[in-house]
Every structure is written in structure tokens, then in C-alpha cells.
Write a protein that binds this ligand. Sequence first.
Ligand code: CTP
Ligand code: MG
Length: 228
Amino acid sequence: MPYQVIIPAAGQGKRMGAGKNKLLLKLEATPILIHTLKVFEADPECLGIILAIHPDDEQEFKSLLNEYGIHKVSSLVTGGKERQDSVYNGLLAVSSLDGIVLVHDAARPFIKVETIHKLVDAAGKDGGAIVAVPVKDTIKKAANNQVAETVERSSLWSVQTPQAFRASILLEAHNKAARDQFIGTDESSLVERIPHPVSIIEGDYDNIKLTTPEDLYFAEAILRKRKE
Ligand code: CTP
Ligand code: MG
């Protein structure tokens, strides 16, 4: 099933502490940004990539797209202050509101195409779907470093991107969030408020988001493993 993808890439990578956008850091000689884009470039179901970028990165990103032969970027949009603003700017560039739109963080380079296809099919049926994995740790609620409660784990999921929606539903969710001045940490939290149901597709634990420096070690290990 065909889809368009919005890729927010306009962050500053502060927690990575590299002194520049973390997406420019290289894994096996290729920038993280390109690892992510290549997955969608290679997927025939992907109709186009809408990339949200920071104006300071524009020249460098454009030359990387050229250098690595990424041709599917149909729109380069300016990112906003929050990730949610960057996604919204991307949403305004989606060509058809009847189609399925994915949102996928540029900082998650290990997403598998099979997972993308399962997610798009679910969003085609239900209007909204997200990729998540069951929580492995025991989770506790606390106040002032005192345990208040152990949360029942069997119903908890650790949520990733991509997240997929009928574009009209995601736009409605963003418009409502803007009206209510609600800022969520993912797209689903906006869609849930419409309210509209969102289904879960079980993904992989290695679809990590590269956030802090130690994530780069995990990333190198994942790449090595995938070459075996
Ligand atoms: N992002 C974005 N626009 C923003 C903030 C984030 O497009 N205003 C993007 C990032 O580039 C990244 C994704 O959203 O691909 C997930 O965000 P995160 O991992 O938090 O990246 P950064 O915001 O860059 O990192 P930090 O929060 O540590 O500064
Ligand atoms: Mg951030």
C-alpha cells in the first residue's frame, strides 16, 4: 500500500552533545540521516519523502542528498521549535489528505521495511497505527525518589516511530492540538485526543532512537549484526 513519509530532522541533538545536528554523525562512514533516508528510498511503496530541516543545515543536507543519490525527497520544509511543529510543517506539504502518511524520526535508522508495510496496512484499515515493543523493565511510579506504586507491566508498550495515519486524521489531530495548545511527545497522543483509535504493530527492540552518546555503540553493534 503506497504512502508518503514525513521525516523530522530539524532538531539540534543537544543530548548527543556533538556540537552539531547528531544526524550528521557517521555510522560506518555514512551519516545517520542517510541511513534512515535509504530505507524509504529503497521501498517502492514510498511515494515521497517530506524532510523537515533546520535552516542552518540546509546546504549540508542538500549536498548529502546529492552525494548519496537520495531522489525521493519531494519537499524540504523548515522545521519548527518543537518536533511537533516540524511534523506539522511537513503535514502541510502532503499531496493527498486521503492517503496514508507516516511520521518517522530521522534519528531511528534501523527501521525494517517489513515493519513499515505492516504499519501502513494497519493504518489503511483503522486510520491510525503505531510501532511499539512490550516494556521489558519493571516500571514504578515514584514521588521524591520514593516508590509509590509498581505499574502492571503486561499492558505497557514502549512506543517508537514510524507512526502512520490517514493524512486527514493527522491534520485534524494537529489542528485540535494547536487550538488547545497541547504538545505531545508523539503523533499518536494528538490523534488519541480527537478521539480516534490507534492500533499497535509490534516492532523490533533494535529500532532504537539515537539520542545520547552511548546509543552510537549500540548502533555500531546493530549494523555489524545485520551484516552477518
Ligand atoms: N526534531 C525536529 N524538530 C525539532 C526537534 C526535533 O524535526 N524541533 C527531530 C530530530 O531531528 C529527530 C526527531 O525529531 O530526528 C526526534 O527528536 P530527538 O531525538 O529529540 O532529536 P533532537 O531534538 O535533535 O535531540 P535533543 O532533544 O537531544 O536536542
Ligand atoms: Mg528533541
